[in-house]
Ligand binder design. Structure first.
Ligand SMILES: Nc1ncnc2c1ncn2[C@@H]1O[C@H](COP(=O)(O)OP(=O)(O)OP(=O)(O)O)[C@@H](O)[C@H]1O
Ligand SMILES: [Mg+2]
Length: 249
C-alpha cells in the first residue's frame, strides 16, 4: 500500500436518470499506474462510470476524485487542466466526421499545444502507426471500418500522452489478432509509461492480459473485485459465468 494520491477515486457515487438507478453507492480506488478492467452486463453503468471520471456526467451524491481533485467541482481552466491528464476512448469512437482521420488524432495537439504543424502531423502519424493505421491520415472517418474507427479513436485518446487512459471497449468489433495487438499496446503503455488504465471490456481474454484488477459491476454495485486468480475462484454465479466465457484461453 502506498500513500500516494490515487489516479482516480470514486467515493460513494450514486447516479440515477429519472427512475433508473444506474450507480448505487459505488466506491473504487485506482492507484496511479494500476490497470483496472471494468466488466458487467450490458446497461449496468460501465460507460456511465467512465463519463463520471472525465466529468461529462456528475454524481447525484458522492465524489469522483481525479488525482485528488473533485472533478465535478472544477470549471474552466481547472477542469481543462485535469482533463488534459486523461485520455478517453469512447465506446463508439466519436470521431469528428467532417475532418480527416489524421486531423482527428491531431486535434488535441492543435487545441492544447503550440507545436509546429509538421511536428503535430508527425506525432499524429506515429500514433496512427501504433494502432495499425499507417497510410490512413487523409481518409475520412466514414471511409474506415468500425474497428478502424475504434483504433483511430484510441490514437486520438493517446496523442496527449495522458497519465490516465479510459478506454470503453477498445477491442470491441476487432478480430482476435487486432484485438490482441491493441491489448499489447495498452500493456506496453502501462508497463513503460506507467499510464493508469481503466478499461471497460466484455472480452475476458483481454481482461486477463490487461487487468491487474478486475471490477464487476452489476445493478449499480460492485459485486466482485480482485485479480484474475481470485476471480477465477469466485463463487458469485455472474462472475463465474463471465470468467468461464474465456473460450480462447
Ligand atoms: N445520459 C443518459 N440519460 C439517460 N439514461 C442514460 C444516460 N446515459 C446512460 N443511461 C442509462 O444508464 C444505463 C447504463 O448505461 P451505460 O451506457 O453505462 O451501460 P454499459 O454498462 O456501458 O452497457 P454496454 O455494455 O451496453 O455498453 C442504461 O440503462 C442507459 O440507458
Ligand atoms: Mg457501455
Amino acid at each position: 500500500m502506498t500513500t500516494d494520491t490515487p489516479a482516480v477515486e470514486l467515493r460513494h457515487v450514486s447516479k440515477a436518470f429519472g427512475d433508473l438507478r444506474v450507480l448505487d453507492d459505488v466506491s473504487l480506488v485506482v492507484p496511479a499506474g494500476r490497470a483496472i478492467c471494468i466488466l458487467g452486463r450490458s446497461g449496468t453503468g460501465k460507460s456511465v462510470t467512465l463519463k463520471h471520471i472525465v466529468g461529462l456526467l456528475q454524481p447525484d451524491s458522492g465524489e469522483v476524485l481525479v488525482e485528488g481533485e473533485d472533478i465535478a467541482a472544477l470549471r474552466g481552466a481547472d477542469l481543462a487542466r485535469v482533463r488534459k491528464r486523461i485520455g478517453l476512448l469512447f465506446q463508439h469512437a466519436a470521431l469528428f466526421d467532417s475532418i480527416s482521420v489524421g486531423e482527428n488524432v491531431a486535434f488535441p495537439l492543435r487545441r492544447h499545444t503550440k507545436l509546429p504543424d509538421d511536428e503535430i502531423r508527425a506525432r499524429a502519424e506515429d500514433l496512427l502507426a501504433q494502432v495499425g493505421l499507417e497510410r490512413n491520415y487523409d481518409k475520412m472517418p466514414a471511409d474506415l471500418s468500425g474497428g478502424m474507427q475504434k483504433r483511430a479513436g484510441l490514437a486520438r485518446a493517446l496523442v496527449m500522452k495522458p497519465a490516465i487512459l479510459l478506454a470503453d471497449e477498445p477491442s470491441a468489433g476487432l478480430d482476435p489478432i487486432t484485438a490482441g495487438e491493441i491489448d499489447q499496446l495498452l500493456v506496453a503503455l502501462n508497463d513503460t509509461a506507467g499510464t493508469t488504465l481503466i478499461v471497460v471490456t466484455h472480452n475476458i481474454p483481454s481482461a486477463r492480459v490487461l487487468g491487474d484488477e478486475l471490477v464487476f459491476l452489476h445493478e449499480g454495485r460492485i459485486i466482485a473485485q480482485g485479480d484474475v486468480a481470485s476471480l477465477d475462484r469466485s463463487d458469485v454465479p455472474l462472475v463465474q459465468q463471465f470468467m468461464k466465457s474465456d473460450s480462447s484461453g
